[in-house]
Each structure stands twice: as structure tokens, then as C-alpha cells.
Design a protein around this ligand. Structure first.
Ligand code: AKB
Length: 315
């Protein structure tokens, strides 16, 4: 990667990835974009353009103007929000991937598109879920993620577009809040523990889902995009995870540091149903073998860092 265009730069992944890539690849080599603008270091301290991912001509124009060689396409609607307007979710998530693939085909660019554990469904094996297994998701978000994987594979096979992707688990970070996902509770719980000392959790206490701390997620994007093309067999769909826990377990971990923290449960049937359709834990061995995926943070180490960072942020 030399000149990188990011869509969804103001989102949970995009805001941290933009800063990391500016540091590693040079401030003038990262073109951050989003559908809206806000006043912050992403829009103020480097290159930033307003870009609607449904406008393929504009993606082409900005990519060409800057001589981009890689697009990292992060803009998407997530699982819980996706259920509120499924048709819109299909149109945005699929239309934008198709636009990026077309621009990459025309300009010969590399492409990263994140997939998700949402590609799995009720009939998928739940524990240590294999890389290649049954994928019958029952959310519109999950359907767009499986379709996105297939579309990227198709563009690679048919047109040689070097598209790559990972199946992200729930991502936990302190800088920008996630919006409209099922795994968002695992971010909210830290803020509530620090600010209010109590949290009302919308996921049942014993429901397990895969998770990952943001620094590991960002490293995985860079490692995959810099990996030797010849080694990538599962190129658009790598299972990756660094931990799996239930609300009860993350609560106990936080309570080690915030002794008077209390939790209660008010399960949201929509998000609970989604959570139950996803794996308890997935097998990341193909990502390890094919491009050296590794992670640094487990629940304990992440909790120490989240509490430290959020406490400083809200001071
Ligand atoms: C969501 O909960 O929708 C996302 C995801 C797992 O893709 N965090």
C-alpha cells in the first residue's frame, strides 16, 4: 500500500485506522472520506473529502486525482441497525462494495472489505467455527457480508481485482463509539462502568461472542493488505478472533478494577436473537497460516487499557 483511500473514516474503525495509516504511510498518502464531516483531527489534520459510497463516479474521481493504489472500504450499516430497514441495508452495503470493486477494476487498485462473524447463522457449528462451513445468516447485514465476500471473490477470479478481507468479530475501542451493532454492549459497558458504576445489558449474561481490541484489528488490516498475494487462499473471508466472552465474564473482569460496578440485564429480543445465531468462538488458523495473523490483547489486558484510556478521555 502506498496511497490509500478510506471510506467511512469517521466511523469506529475508520477514525483509528486513518490516524495509524497517516503515521505509518505518511500524512499525504492517506485520503480519508466519509458521507459527512465533523470538526476533528481526521478532517482537520490531513486529506479529507466528503464522499457518498453510493456515488461510484466520485470514488473513481477521488481515487484518480490522488493516484490511489488501495481502497479500504469501511462504510456500512451494522447488524442491529440493518434490521430496521433491510432494503436500505442491502442497497448501501452491496451498492458500495460493487462501486469500490468497479473502481478497483478500472484503475487496477487493491481493495480491503471487512466481512464479519455475521456471515454465520443458526445452522453453523457454534464452537471453534471452521473457516469454511455452513453460512446461512438470518440478518440482512449477514446476508450482505456473505454476498460481499462472494462478490469480491468473483471480481478476483474474473477480473484479477486484488480484493482481501477478514471476518471481524465485535470490535472494542475507546476512541469512537460503534453504532448499531449487536456486539456494541462490550464497548458501552466500559463507559457505563467508569461514568455511572452501573450498566443495563441488552444481551443475556451467558451469551458468548467473539471480540477483538481495536489495535489488533488495525494490525490485522495492515498485515493482510501487505501479505504476499500468492499465499492467500481464503482471500476475502478470513476468520479472525482474539477472545470470546459472555456479558457475565466481561462484567467480572471490569469489577476487578471498579469494585462497586453493578450490572443488570434487560434483554433486547432483536439483538439477543442475532447474538444467538452467531458463533460462540471461531477458528482463526487459516489467517495465522496464510498471512501470519496474530493478536496482543486478551480480555484482561484489554480491560486494563480500556479503563485507563476512557478514564483519561472523560476527565
Ligand atoms: C455488529 O455487531 O453488527 C458488528 C459485527 C460483529 O459485525 N460489530
Amino acid at each position: 500500500m502506498k496511497k490509500i483511500l478510506i471510506t467511512g473514516s469517521l466511523g469506529q474503525i475508520g477514525s483509528e485506522l486513518t490516524l495509524k495509516l497517516r503515521k505509518e504511510y505518511g500524512i499525504s498518502n492517506v485520503i480519508s472520506t466519509d458521507i459527512k464531516s465533523v470538526d476533528n483531527e481526521i478532517t482537520g489534520d490531513g486529506i479529507f473529502h466528503i464522499l457518498d459510497v453510493l456515488d461510484g463516479d466520485k470514488i473513481f474521481e477521488v481515487s484518480k486525482k490522488y493516484g490511489v493504489d488501495t481502497i479500504i472500504h469501511l462504510a456500512a450499516l451494522l447488524s442491529a441497525n440493518g434490521e430496521k430497514n433491510p432494503k436500505n441495508t442491502w442497497n448501501i452495503n452491496m451498492g458500495s462494495i460493487l462501486n469500490c470493486l468497479e473502481v478497483c477494476r478500472e484503475l487496477n487498485l487493491k481493495l480491503f472489505v471487512p466481512s464479519s462473524i455475521a456471515v454465520f447463522g443458526n445452522t453453523t457449528p457454534k464452537d471453534n467455527t471452521p473457516q469454511n462451513t455452513i453460512m446461512r445468516p438470518n440478518t440482512m447485514y449477514g446476508i450482505t457480508k456473505v454476498s460481499g465476500e462472494l462478490l469480491c471473490d468473483y471480481y478476483f477470479e474474473k477480473f484479477g481485482v486484488d480484493a482481501r478481507g477478514v471476518r471481524f468479530p465485535g470490535l472494542i475501542s475507546y476512541m469512537t463509539l460503534p453504532g448499531g451493532g449487536t456486539t456494541d454492549y462490550a464497548v458501552e459497558i466500559y463507559y457505563k462502568a467508569i461514568c455511572d458504576k452501573k450498566y443495563k445489558c441488552y444481551i443475556d449474561e451467558n451469551t458468548y461472542m467473539d471480540m477483538m481490541y481495536m489495535p489488533d484489528a488495525l494490525n490485522s488490516i495492515v498485515s493482510l493488505m501487505e501479505a504476499d498475494k500468492g499465499k492467500l487462499i481464503n482471500r476475502n473471508a478470513y476468520n479472525i478472533s482474539s477472545m470470546s466472552f459472555s456479558p457475565k465474564e466481561i462484567y467480572s473482569e471490569i469489577k476487578k478494577h471498579i469494585k462497586d460496578f453493578e450490572i443488570e440485564y434487560e434483554v433486547d429480543p432483536v439483538r439477543q436473537k442475532i447474538a444467538e445465531s452467531w458463533p460462540n468462538s471461531i477458528d482463526s488458523s487459516c489467517a495465522k497460516d496464510e498471512w501470519g495473523f496474530k493478536f496482543e490483547y486478551d480480555l484482561n489486558k484489554m480491560t486494563i487499557d480500556m479503563i485507563d484510556k476512557i478514564s483519561k478521555k472523560i476527565k
